[in-house]
Structures are given as C-alpha cells and as structure tokens.
Design a protein around this ligand. Structure first.
Ligand code: ZN
Length: 352
C-alpha cells in the first residue's frame, strides 16, 4: 500500500457513496448509507485503519486526502436530506390540495315575504296613478279608529271590529282610549288632517281583530287602503282606477264589476268583484259557484268623514278603497290557508 493506492480507494469510496446517496429515496436509507460509509464501523474508518502500513511521513498525506472525501460525503448527505424533505412536502401539498376548479356552493339568498311582495306590487300599480305610501301607527286612538270614521260608540257595526284595547281612559282630561287598529282607515284621517287636497295616499299595514282563527281569518292581518280627495272626484274615477288595478294584477282580460255594499265611512259604498281566478267565471267552490270573487270594498268618502278630516265636503269629494293584502296574496299565489303567512315555515317561504 502506498499513498496513491489510498487515494484511489478513497476516490472509489466517495464515488460509490455519492451514487448511493443520490439514489436514496428516504431519510432511513440516508441513515444507513451514512452509517455504512462514515460510521464507527464504516468503510472510511476501515480504510484509514490500514494507514499504519505506511511510512510515518506518508500518514499525514493520507489524512489530508481523506478529509475532503468525508466532507464531500457529508455534504451530499445533507443536500439529499433537504431534497427528500422538499419532495415529501410537495407530495403532501398535492395530496391535500383544494381543487379550486370545482364549482362553488350556491349562496343562499333570501327573498321578500309574499305579503311584502304583494304590498309592493299593489303600491307600484297605484303609484302609476300618483298614489304615495304613507305610514300610520298600529296603536290608535278610539277616536281615529272609530269616531272620526263615522262609527260612534253605539254603532252596531262596531261588533265587526271588536279588537284589543291597549289603554282605557281613567278620567284625566288628556286620556284617550287606545287600541290596536282594526283597519288601516285611521291613516286616511291622518292623511286628510295632515295635508291639503289633492290627496292620493296608500296606507298599508298590519291590523288586529278579535277573531276566531281559521284558514281564511286571522286575528292579525294586513290591509292596504287608498284615499283620493280632490275637486270633482267621482265614482267613475274609482271604477276606472280599480279596473286598471285588477287588470294589472290579474290579467288584462279580467272581468270586473261593482256591487252595492255598506261601510259607515263611505256613501255610496261598493264591493269590487273580479272574475274568479280559479274557474275563470265558470263557477267553482272557490267562488261559491258565482264566477265572481270580491277583492275589495270601496266607495265615495262620507261627507262626515271628510269633515272629520278637516276637508270641506261642499268643495271636495273623495273615494276610498281597502283590501286585505293577505287575500290578494292568496289569490296571486294560490295559497289556501291565511295562517301560513305568519307561521314562519321556511318550506312555505321557499316554495313561492
Ligand atoms: Zn270560481
């Protein structure tokens, strides 16, 4: 053995180590190579164990040759470890990746309640004729809910409007009997007292009555009323307006008619009918075989009511109409139970 022979063996050891490190496919394989080449019982140690056969002056030369070999192998091991870690990370990222090319989940969108949607549609139609929506309170005075509308305390029609009283007067001057309004009509008095003719307003909102609840009656329900006050207002204007309304909501060919009706606050009073939306006038259970459905009540505003609203009935005339928003919505959406509107059943709301 001489220095040149040690050098060849060292180079051969380095080449084999580097080749097997490059081929290693796991950290465990690298551990094994490191141990076999550089370990206490490894090849490099074994090779250098033969250094004693050399002359003493040659031994440091072999040591100097061996050091770069060890360094080269250690460097190859370190680089391969980093490479394997990067490969492992790549593989994991690929395995856990979100496929962003998949279609997203549709976002759940809310929609208008059928009552609100119907109220807006009614307001839109009358809005084309200059009617504007005004708010009025749900808790009303007895005076505005009844007295001012020509329904005095002893009037028999009060039985129709039995309601929930919020406050009874206890004798003080300022005391008023307060109640939950039984119709949106007090809004008409408020509109007349709060402005000058010409007046064209809609008063939509929630009303309350002491009522046995069934499929077509609720103790809590919705109305929308209209009021027009101007000089020369006639029943013919009312008829034309309601025809336009019926045609907008229920089709341009929809038959309409006036029938005599009765309300304390209008004179004359009419019921406004449309051709049955179920049987188209043939006669069916929904229209009690008449072919007609009443959708609202109307009439010329009673002179007493005009006067109570601060309007001079000698100069101005007015008409008013009122309908159940629930009833109109039921006809539009073919809903058979009024209780569904306030039942908070999402299946009902999503189906519409
Ligand atoms: Zn019918």
């Amino acid at each position: 053995m001489d220095v040149a022979s040690f050098n060849r063996q060292l180079q051969d050891l380095q080449d084999r180590a580097v080749a097997s490190i490059a081929a290693a496919d796991s950290p465990a394989a690298l551990e094994a190579i490191e141990s076999a080449m550089l370990g206490r019982k490894g090849e490099l140690k074994g090779l250098l164990g033969g250094i004693g056969q050399l002359p003493a002056e040659d031994r440091p030369k072999v040591g100097a040759l061996a050091n770069p070999v060890r360094t080269a192998i250690e460097q190859a091991l370190a680089e391969r470890r980093v490479g394997l870690e990067a490969d492992a990370l790549d593989a994991r990222l690929r395995a856990e990746a979100e496929d962003v090319t998949l279609p997203g989940r549709p976002r759940w969108r809310g929609s208008l309640h059928p009552l609100r949607e119907t109220e807006r549609e009614i307001a839109r139609v009358f809005g084309q004729f200059g009617f504007v929506v005004v708010d009025s309170p749900e808790v009303e005075s007895d005076e505005l809910n009844f007295e001012a509308l020509n329904i005095p305390a002893d009037h028999p029609s009060r039985d129709l409007w039995d309601t929930i009283y919020v406050r009874e007067p206890v004798g003080r001057e300022s005391d008023e009997r307060l109640l939950l309004r039984t119709h949106t009509s007090p809004g008409q008095i408020r509109a007349m007292r709060g402005s000058e003719p010409p007046i064209r307003v809609l008063t939509p909102g929630r009303c309350y009555r002491y009522e046995a609840v069934d499929a077509s009656h609720g103790f809590e329900f919705f109305q929308i009323e209209g009021l027009m006050v101007d000089e020369g207002t006639t029943l013919a204007h009312l008829r034309g307006l309601l025809d336009a309304f019926a045609h907008a909501l229920f089709g341009a060919d929809r038959a309409t008619r006036f029938r005599p009706g009765y309300y304390p606050f209008t004179e004359p009073s009419v019921a406004f009918d449309i051709g049955c939306v179920v049987c188209e006038g043939e006669g069916c259970p929904a229209c009690k075989r008449s072919g007609w459905m009443t959708i609202l009540g109307a009439g010329m505003v009673h002179p007493v009511v005009l006067r109570n609203g601060g309007i001079d009935p000698e100069r101005y005339q007015g008409f008013a109409f009122g309908m159940g928003t629930d009833r109109i919505a039921m006809l539009r959406y073919a809903i058979t139970d009024i209780r569904a509107f306030l039942a908070d059943d999402m299946r009902f709301l999503e189906r519409l």
